[in-house]
Design a protein around this ligand. Structure first.
Ligand code: N01
Length: 530
C-alpha cells in the first residue's frame, strides 16, 4: 500500500542527501530522505574505525552554502578526525532541522518509474511504498563495502571487524593477536592506532601502496582567521582548480625540469605533507618519467623509515604513484619498526581460507583473536546495484549499466526520467574535494527541477544521444592518464567480474562545471523536458 506522496525522495543522509533535502525544502517541495544508518553523516557515520580522518584540509572540507555556518564552525585539526566530521554533520542536521524529514534505519530496496503516472514508486526494506515525482540518489561513491570472497570467512570464531561497518563503541584490542587484511588508505589509517594496543598486528598485503605523511596537527588560529575572512573569494578560486582544492599547485611539467630541482621540490612537499605531494608538476599523472621520479622518491623514504630491509622492500610499491588514490598517513611505515607488527605478502602466496582460528596461507594456519577487513569498496555502482532501480518499461538500471555505468553529466540516465544521481559514476566526485562538489551537483539538480516547474512540465530525462556523448567524452578525457591503465577501484578492477570502465570524470572540476553550465545556457540541451 502506498503510504505517502512526495515531490522528491532522497536516498541517503550523508552530506549530499542532507544538502539535497535542505535545498528541496527551500524550494517549497515536499521531500523525504531515507537513510539506512541511525543518524546522518554517510561515510562518516559508517567508517568509525580508529584513525579515520579526512585527507583534504578541514577548512576546505566543509559546506559553503551558508555563510554563518562556515563562520561559526570550528575545526580543531588540519585534517579532521571522523568523530569531529560526524559532529559537524549532526550539527548541520540540527541547525537546519533536517531530521524531521529523514527516516533513519530504513533501506530503500526498489524504485520503479511508473510509465502511466510518470512518478516513482519507492519501496523500503519493510515493504512500505511511497510515491515521488523525483527520485534522487545521494548514496555516495564508496559506500558499498567489499566483503572479500575468501573461503571460510564466516567460520572464524574470533572477532571479525569490517572497517566500513565499525562498531559504535570503541573496540579494545589490548592483549590481542590481530590480523588486518588490506593495505589501502583505510588500513594505513587504522593500523597505527591498532598497533598501539594489540599484542601483535599482522598485515596481509596484496599490493603495497604509496603514502605521504599528513603532518596533521592543531589548526593554526591565524590561518583559520585568514580563511574565514576570505571564504567567498577562496571558495571561488578553488572552483578554478582541477580537484577543487586550493593549495600549492605547480604549473610546470616535470619532464622539462632538472632532476635536482625536482628532488628539492618533492622533498619540500614531503615535509609539508598531504595529498598535494604530486601537485608540483602538471604531468605527474601523464608522463611516466615524471611519475617514476616521484615514485622512486617515496620508495627511498620508505627504505629510510623502515629499518628491516626485507620488510621495507615488501612495502615498496612497484606500480606508478597516484594511479590508485595516494594515501595520507600518520605514522604508517613507522609501525613496521615496532616489535609487535609484521607483514605477510599475499600476492604470491595468497590467503587460502579463513579457519575457525585464523588465516591459512601457504598451507600454514596463523591464529588470531581478531581479523580486521580493510578490503575496500564496490565503488560508484555498488550502492546502485543493491537497489532494484527500474526506469521506463521496467528496464533495470543494473542491466542498463551491464557494460559499465552510462549517464549524462554523471547525474542523469537515459530511460530513467526524473532520477538524478549526486556524485554518480562519470562525475568528478572522488577526484575533487567532495563537499563543494556535492554542493555544485545538488544545486545543478535542484535548479533543473526548478526549471521543469517553471516550464510547467513534469518530466526531465537525459537523451540517449547525450548519454552516448558523455560516456565517450569521459573515456576520452581519462585515456591519456596513467590511471586509466592501472588496477584500482576507479576502474572497478578490485571487484571480480566488474566491467572495466574508468568511472570518475577526469577532465577536472572547472571543465565539468563549464559543461554543466553550457547545458543550462542551452535550455537543458541533452535533456528531453515534457
Ligand atoms: O580500500 P582500497 P580503502 N585479499 O580498495 C585489499 C577512500 N578513503 O578502504 O590493492 C587480500 O584502497 C586490496 O588489495 P589490492 C580513498 O579514496 C579515504 O583502503 O586490491 N587483500 C587493498 O590493499 C581510498 O582510495 C581515506 O591488491 C585484499 C585493500 O584490500 C578509498 O576510500 C581513508 C582482498 C583495499 O584497499 C578506498 O580505500 C580511507 C583479498 N581478497 C579510505 N580484497 C582518507 O584518508 C581486497 N584486498 C580520507
Amino acid at each position: 500500500m502506498v503510504q505517502d506522496e512526495y515531490d522528491a525522495v532522497v536516498v541517503g543522509a550523508g552530506f549530499a542527501g542532507m544538502y539535497l533535502l535542505h535545498r528541496l525544502r527551500q524550494m517549497g517541495l515536499r521531500a523525504k530522505a531515507f537513510e539506512t544508518g541511525s543518524d546522518v553523516g554517510g561515510t562518516w557515520y559508517w567508517n568509525r574505525y580508529p584513525g579515520a580522518r579526512v585527507d583534504v584540509e578541514s577548512m576546505q572540507y566543509s559546506y559553503q552554502f551558508d555563510e554563518e555556518l562556515q563562520q561559526d564552525w570550528e575545526w580543531s585539526e588540519r585534517y579532521s578526525p571522523q568523530p569531529e566530521i560526524l559532529r559537524y554533520a549532526r550539527h548541520v542536521a540540527d541547525r537546519f532541522d533536517l531530521r524531521r524529514d529523514i527516516q533513519f534505519e530504513t533501506r530503500v530496496t526498489a524504485a520503479r518509474f511508473q510509465d502511466d503516472s510518470k512518478d516513482w514508486l519507492i519501496t523500503t526494506e519493510d515493504g512500505t511504498q511511497v510515491r515521488a515525482r523525483y527520485f534522487l540518489t545521494a548514496v555516495g561513491c564508496l559506500s558499498s563495502f567489499n566483503k572479500p570472497a575468501i573461503p571460510g570467512i564466516d567460520d572464524f570464531k574470533g572477532n571479525s571487524y569490517f572497517t566500513a561497518q565499525w562498531p559504535h563503541e570503541p573496540v579494545d584490542f589490548t592483549g590481542q593477536r590481530v590480523a588486518m587484511i588490506g593495505t589501502g588508505s583505510t588500513a594505513m589509517q587504522s593500523s597505527p592506532e591498532i598497533a598501539k594496543q594489540a599484542k601483535s598486528l599482522t598485515l596481509f598485503q596484496r599490493t603495497p601502496n604509496y603514502s605521504i605523511p599528513s603532518h596533521n596537527g592543531p589548526q593554526d588560529p591565524e590561518y583559520v582567521a585568514y580563511v574565514k575572512a576570505n571564504y567567498p573569494e577562496l571558495r571561488a578560486r578553488a572552483k578554478q582548480i582541477y580537484g577543487g582544492v586550493l593549495d600549492d599547485w605547480g604549473e610546470t611539467e616535470g619532464k622539462h625540469t632538472p632532476k635536482d630541482v625536482m628532488e628539492k621540490e618533492l622533498e619540500r612537499r614531503w615535509r609539508r605533507g598531504g595529498l598535494t605531494f604530486l601537485g608540483g608538476y602538471t604531468d605527474s599523472m601523464y608522463d611516466k618519467d615524471t611519475n617514476e621520479f616521484a615514485a622512486e622518491f617515496v620508495r627511498r623514504k620508505i627504505r629510510e623509515i623502515v629499518k628491516d630491509p626485507e620488510t621495507a622492500e615488501l612495502l615498496c610499491p612497484t606500480n606508478e604513484i597516484g594511479v590508485k588514490r595516494i594515501c595520507v598517513d600518520t605514522g604508517y611505515f613507522q609501525i613496521f619498526n615496532r616489535p609487535n607488527v609484521s607483514i605477510m605478502e599475499v600476492r604470491n602466496t595468497p590467503i587460502e581460507r579463513i579457519s575457525e582460528k585464523g588465516i591459512v596461507r601457504g598451507g600454514v594456519e596463523h591464529e588470531f583473536d581478531s581479523i580486521v577487513y580493510a578490503t575496500g569498496f564496490d565503488a560508484f555502482t555498488g550502492s546502485y546495484n543493491r537497489i532494484d532501480i527500474r526506469g521506463r518499461g521496467g528496464v533495470r538500471l543494473k542491466d542498463h549499466w551491464e557494460a559499465g555505468p552510462r549517464n549524462f553529466l554523471g547525474m542523469a540516465v537515459a530511460g530513467f526520467p526524473n532520477m538524478f544521481t549526486v556524485t554518480g559514476p562519470l562525475s568528478p566526485s572522488v577526484f575533487t574535494n567532495m563537499l563543494p562538489t556535492i554542493e555544485q551537483s545538488v544545486e545543478w539538480i535542484t535548479d533543473a527541477i526548478e526549471y521543469v516547474r517553471e516550464q510547467d512540465k513534469s518530466v526531465i530525462e537525459a537523451t540517449e544521444t547525450a548519454e552516448d556523448y558523455w560516456v565517450r567524452h569521459c573515456d576520452e578525457v581519462a585515456r591519456p592518464s596513467l590511471r586509466y591503465h592501472a588496477d584500482c577501484w576507479y576502474l572497478g578492477s578490485n571487484i571480480p567480474g566488474k566491467p572495466r570502465v574508468f568511472m570518475p570524470y577526469n577532465a577536472g572540476l572547472p571543465a565539468y562545471i563549464e559543461k554543466c553550465e553550457q547545458v543550462v545556457a542551452n535550455d537543458y540541451e541533452g535533456f528531453a523536458v515534457a
